[in-house]
Design a protein. Structure first.
Length: 293
């Protein structure tokens, strides 16, 4: 049985993401793992410089598990409200350490196909808790679905897939199509380029045609179409798409950059995730596997 991992810090935004996940799990027929990690202050590098409350690791674990079980109980009630058909089982898992410290152990469960978490606003809160999203995008080996504050679930009817026409995107698109099938959603292939479509070079036109031919040959899903978007910057092009094209979900690939590139720029997926106003499905590249939803 497929599983969706929902990361929670018990905040209002993560509770909203969990409610979204429950409704999505019904569509995908997947169970839920509600997941929380806690930091033991005494194990942190700056612990000796700060007067922490007298709570040992055992107490922290007990407290965290109690709060996690309470959150799971509330989520179970959401799952049971006036619903027929598939109802997801909800299990809990609690570990010590940063979220990304435990991903390898978590992904040992091969039934896990998706991570879901709320986006983290910049500001005072992120100074305390850290922005796990950026680290997650660097280290996750399965897709990550980022849920903005206040987003309510609705069956996905339109998906935009941002692509640079890299041949490896075919495997990603095939995975996205398995999600789209549940609602017979259309998938728009959004390619952002500084050139007007009518003024593209023959080499570029050939690249587009070859990519679309590969899509047709390798992906058995009829509701896929192509759209060229003219913009000098990929980030602003993606932002324009999210604000001006009507769709329910934006999917894209987060490619790993070299060390020097990471020093001087942030990836398009990280920028968009921080500002997202609709669900954002991010596939890591390289990935351990491309799930069938």
């Amino acid at each position: 049985m497929k599983k969706i991992v929902v990361f929670t810090d018990f905040s209002e935004r993560s509770e909203n993401a969990a409610r979204y996940a429950v409704n999505l799990s019904r569509t995908l027929q997947a169970n839920i793992v509600l997941y929380h990690t806690y930091l033991n202050p005494s194990s942190q590098p700056y612990a000796a410089q700060v007067a922490w409350p007298l709570m040992n690791a055992g107490q922290l674990e007990i407290s965290s598990r109690k709060e996690l079980e309470l959150a799971a109980s509330k989520l179970s009630k959401v799952a049971d409200i006036n619903q027929s058909g598939f109802s997801p089982a909800i299990e809990t898992r609690c570990d010590e350490g940063a979220v990304t410290d435990n991903l390898t152990d978590l992904l040992a469960d091969k039934e896990i196909v998706l991570f879901i978490l709320a986006n983290h606003r910049k500001g005072f809160g992120s100074l305390i808790t850290g922005n796990h999203l950026n680290k997650m995008l660097e280290e996750a080996k399965i897709p990550v679905l980022v849920i903005p504050d206040g987003t309510t679930y609705q069956v996905t009817r339109k998906i935009a897939f941002a692509t640079d026409l890299n041949p490896t995107d075919i495997d990603v698109l095939n995975s996205v199509a398995t999600m789209a099938r549940h609602g017979e959603a259309s998938i728009m292939l959004a390619h952002i380029s500084p050139d007007r479509e009518q003024e593209q070079s023959k080499e570029k036109r050939d690249q587009v045609q070859q990519f679309l031919c590969e899509v047709s040959n390798k992906i058995n899903y009829p509701h896929i179409y192509y759209r060229h978007i003219q913009d000098e910057e990929v980030s602003s092009g993606l932002k324009w798409v999210s604000e001006n094209v009507s769709f329910d979900l934006l999917a894209m690939v987060h490619r790993q950059k070299g060390f020097l590139e990471r020093l001087f720029s942030s990836s398009h997926s990280k920028k968009l995730a921080a500002e997202a106003n609709l669900p954002l499905l991010i596939y890591p590249s390289p990935a351990d596997r491309y799930p069938v939803f």
